[in-house]
Design a protein around this ligand. Structure first.
Ligand code: HH2
Length: 285
């Protein structure tokens, strides 16, 4: 069996139909990041203008993106992001979302607000991506359940605590999210778990989460990893966000080996090439 595709071990028959083809492949799906924000940590302000956002989505699709993840509020794993109102988030999304959905690739909505997720799902977004794992906005689970959409449940913490066992914290967090999901009627096959690299974690804890990613296989759910340009890379080799492609690719290849079914990345062409080449080499072992 190829070591690059341990995610293929998940129970495909009970997965949401959108997820199934990605789980059956020997390399992960690539989710291209589209931030229509002025302040995202690595690309804030670049894709604010609707025509720039649509052009970027097109170019990520041409580069092989399987999903476009659109976010209209910086969830900034590091301090400093200005929270925005749901109205502001919706105002940023409205001019771009229908055109991006029309490009024909599944769109996920990166929002912690149920009102925004609901709007985006109504407009044709296919996946909800909640960086608070259904635990912040009490209406999120209900909205996701009502739409029957797959949901990314990401681990997060309000405060960084270098003393805790981060893996145990994540396992407890995921268990709480799964409980909320079950009570709302979200089928287990619609859930994707995400360690939330950089969120409420020291750089070392982010590295631990990547190193021990395979421990989350106990949930029997697909895993998504978003290590793209994140600060833990800077803790290993000093670098600005734009200079972290090498570290991002390294982290994502290791994540794929440890079972990640979806990789969330800014640099889609390079990431697609890396995961496919790695899988082609593994296939000959
Ligand atoms: N990371 C960011 C935002 N959303 N969603 C998931 N599921 N997993 C992640 O790791 C994740 C996420 C942060 O990255 P980015 O979107 O580039 O930055 P910002 O939040 O500043 O817009």
């Amino acid at each position: 069996m190829s070591a690059i595709s341990p995610h293929a071990a998940s129970d495909l028959t009970s997965s949401h139909p959108l997820l199934r083809p990605w789980l059956a492949r020997p390399y992960p799906a690539v989710m291209g990041i589209l931030n229509v924000t002025p302040d995202s940590f690595s690309d804030g302000g670049r894709f604010n203008a609707p025509e720039r956002a649509i052009e970027q989505a097109r170019s990520m699709i041409a580069a092989g993106a399987d999903i476009i993840d659109i976010g209209a509020e910086s969830t900034r794993p590091y301090k400093g992001a200005e929270p925005v109102t749901a109205e502001e988030e919706l105002a940023r999304l409205k001019p771009v979302l229908p055109a991006i959905v029309a490009l024909g690739v599944p769109v996920s909505i990166d929002s912690m607000k149920s009102q925004v997720a609901e709007f985006a799902l109504e407009q044709g977004a296919a996946i909800a991506n909640d960086v608070w794992g259904l635990q912040r906005d009490p209406a999120m689970a209900e909205i996701v359940a009502a739409r029957g959409a797959p949901v990314v449940v990401m681990h997060n913490r309000a405060d960084v605590d270098p003393e805790i066992d981060i893996i145990a914290d994540m396992i407890g967090f995921f268990a709480r999210s799964l409980d909320i999901a079950a009570k709302a009627g979200i089928p287990a096959g619609n859930i994707v778990l995400d360690p939330g690299i950089g969120f409420g974690k020291t750089a070392e804890q982010s590295i631990t989460a990547l190193a021990r990613l395979d421990e989350f296989a106990r949930f029997g759910l697909p895993l998504l990893v978003g290590a793209s340009r994140k600060r833990f890379i800077n803790s290993v080799v000093t670098s600005e966000p734009q200079q972290r492609l090498g570290g991002s690719i390294a982290a994502h290849l290791i994540a794929a080996q440890r079972g990640a079914a979806i990789i969330r990345a800014h640099d889609v062409a390079e990431t697609v090439q890396a995961v496919r080449v790695a899988a082609s080499i593994e296939a000959q072992r």
